[in-house]
Design a protein around this ligand. Structure first.
Ligand code: ATP
Length: 228
């Protein structure tokens, strides 16, 4: 499902962000990516949705080899990967409904099909009643829930979240985790980079720890493992 073989990444400024990464993530897994600031977590995540290309090695996602994937096929890859960011990245002038609908790639562009699917995912994130609101009329947690709705609207096989609770208070962070777990229970693979020790130590999942661009630990039901 997600496989990296001997992957390294050196940025054009010479920074060596990842070294010789080998990883295999099965369909339906929930994986935390942890590690100190600057360890390479975001680089690892960005390579999966092809925001960055590896300098060496191969990456296979849902059967597609990203090293040989043609540019024109990147949109197909992205349709199967939903991405959630720490800072939400919503379009400020569009309503909640429109933010989600904007991401929906419908083949039959019937308005009622589109509306039904958008309302379905807004129901999953418990925001049906705020479909007409603008992002700045929502709390941080609600904005993050819109961004999760946007990430899952195309029914992706993988959801990647880079510090999804980074800007949220503890209670709201647990709500976001409930939603990500719910999405995972429906069969979607979830990969989440996080600095949230309490969440990792409470909701036990596979933990991949990265330090100085290398995987130093990969444990099922692992711990966060770093001191504050
Ligand atoms: N676009 C870029 N160009 C050059 N260097 C970069 C780029 N993005 C990240 N880096 C460098 O690569 C290294 C790994 O950064 P990365 O953002 O992957 O770490 P991280 O583990 O996600 O950190 P944090 O927890 O602070 O978000 C760092 O030294 C960083 O400065």
């Amino acid at each position: 499902m997600i496989e990296m073989i001997d992957v390294s990444k050196t940025y054009s400024n010479g920074v060596n962000a990842l070294n010789n990464i080998d990883i295999f993530i099965e369909k339906g897994e929930f994986v935390y990516v942890v590690g100190p600031s600057g360890a390479g977590k975001s680089t690892f995540i960005r390579m999966i949705y092809r925001e960055e290309k590896p300098s060496q090695g191969s990456i296979v996602i849902n059967g597609a080899d990203l090293t040989t994937l043609k540019e024109k096929h990147v949109p197909y890859l992205r349709r199967n990967i939903g991405v959630v960011f720490q800072d939400f990245k919503l379009l400020p002038k569009l309503s909640v409904f429109e933010n989600v609908a904007f991401a929906l790639e419908v083949i039959e562009e019937q308005r009622d099909v589109l509306r039904k699917r958008v309302m379905e995912v807004l129901d999953i994130v418990k925001l049906k009643n705020k479909a007409r609101f603008l992002p700045d009329e929502l709390s941080g947690g609600e904005q993050q829930r819109v961004s999760i709705a946007r990430a899952i609207v195309n029914n992706p096989r993988v959801v990647i979240a880079d510090e999804p609770t980074g800007n949220l208070d503890p209670d709201t962070s647990w709500e976001i985790m409930d939603i990500l777990e719910n999405i995972n229970r429906r069969g979607t693979t979830v990969l989440m980079a996080t600095h949230n020790r309490e969440i990792v130590n409470t909701i036990k999942k596979r933990v991949i720890a990265i330090e100085s661009g290398r995987i130093v630990r990969d444990e099922m039901r692992g711990d966060y493992g770093y001191e504050r």
